[in-house]
Structure formats: structure tokens, C-alpha cells
Design a protein around this ligand. Sequence first.
Ligand SMILES: [Zn+2]
Length: 126
Amino acid sequence: MVKHTGGCHCGRVRFEVLAPAAIAVSECNCSICSKAGYLHLLVPADRFPLLCGREALTGYTFNTDTARHLFCSTCGIKSFYVPRSHPDGFSVNARCLDPGTVESMTVRPFNGREWEKSVAALREEV
Ligand SMILES: [Zn+2]
């Protein structure tokens, strides 16, 4: 495990993530992820200390209202959120990690358009 850091574009939201140096991320094709180009790095809550910016976050929910999509109210970047697949953890946007600590990134497709069919396999992995 290494300590990655990251955040939104303007810098109000900053966090640390404990994850391997070689990360595996999911590229989801659902209605919101495909528009945002979001790359999911799923981590348990205890491996994601939010350093600052809680007050800067604006929330958005839709469909089942389980996922809490969080974005910076200043710059609009969604650097992490609470995913429907792991409501007790976090999905960090791998595109928002600072350079320097990620040795490699494996991108795997996740079929979020058929979420109910796809989620079991994802939950087994994380
Ligand atoms: Zn920001």
C-alpha cells in the first residue's frame, strides 16, 4: 500500500488514499459516469482520509438515491463520491490523483447500464 494524494481542480477538496501503487480502476458506462469520464478506484472508508473541503462539496442524487455524487462547488470537479455499489466506502476518481505515486493503472470496463447484473462481481473484488 502507498499513500496517494489527490483532489479537485481548484484545490479546495484534498484527500489521501491508501491503495496499491499499481491500481485497478473501473470505467463505468452508466448515464453519469460516461458523461464525466470518471475512473473508479474503490476503497474502504478507513483508507480515505478527506484532508479538507467537506464544506465545499455539493451533492447530487438520482435513480435509487443511494449513490451520493459529490462535486466541488467552486470548480465542479467530482474527485470522489459515495458509490451505490459500496455505500460504506468511497469511489475515488483516479483522474484526480496527483502524479508521482501511481506506478500503473489497469482500466477495466464496468457495465453500469446493467448495474444489477454487474455489481456482484465488483463487490467480490473490493
Ligand atoms: Zn474545486
